[in-house]
Design a protein around this ligand. Sequence first.
Ligand code: MN
Length: 308
Amino acid sequence: MAAVDPGSVLLPGHDVPLGRYTTVRRLLPQRQRRMVGAWCFVDHFGPDDVAQRPGMEVPPHPHTGLQTVTWLLDGEIVHRDSLGSVQPIRPGQLNVMTSGHGIAHSERSPEAHPPVMHGVQLWVALPDPARAGAADFAHHADLPRWRDGELETTLLVGEIAGERSPAVVHTPLVGAQLELSGSAPVAMPLRPDFEYGLLAMSGAAEVDGVSVEPGALLYLGLGHNQLNLRGTAGSQLMLLGGAPFEEPLVMWWNFVGRSHEEVVAAREDWSAGRRFGVVADDSAPPLPAPELPTTRLKARDRSGDVHG
Ligand code: MN
């Protein structure tokens, strides 16, 4: 695929089976592009017909070193965590869970749920000292949302055009849903000190002649002042951006750390019932951690280069 400009490239994601029924499109990390700002994990799931199925069923599991950001276009999930939170989330609402040093949570659709499941699950890498800090959970039912011509923007994280999301993050970061109500060209301001990733959740859009459809991530490097977009009416896109996150990360299973040893310690703590706590109101057996690989886990920087 042709690059839009020297700093931009369309990155095809890959399908990952998740549980028995679901396949997700994993758009980050990729081999040559691990992160966009502090966004270090991007899964797009659905739309899936779950009318005769359980919907989302993710039993208790741990996290460290990251925030999870959950956003639905369709469906319903109940989040439960080891802080005692029990919180349903529906389309247009935002869940932000901050693991700090450690948290456990489960995500399940209620028994009576909408027939379609569609959304994104995103992770944000935490910097020092937040990654060693306290866990937190926040639900935001009311986010900034505005229309500019045929573009409706809902701000999940960060600031755009003077609007500011209530979500707390720990590095310069932005996340926004962009909905097109027509096929006319639209534009939105970008920060030249941010890198960006654009994905289509439904429909399709063109950025400088490159088509972005579900299953791929358009990466825009530093130095862009504006996003010029044109798509089919009804398209729903997600724009993620942030200041480049310079620390190499070790990402394994549900853990984000800085070294092999940190991940090993997190795995041992989870297996021994330490650190992460017990998920409220969920009696299902916790997910066991997979076996570690026989080789040492390596830290990788945002472009995929190995460090240490
Ligand atoms: Mn999780």
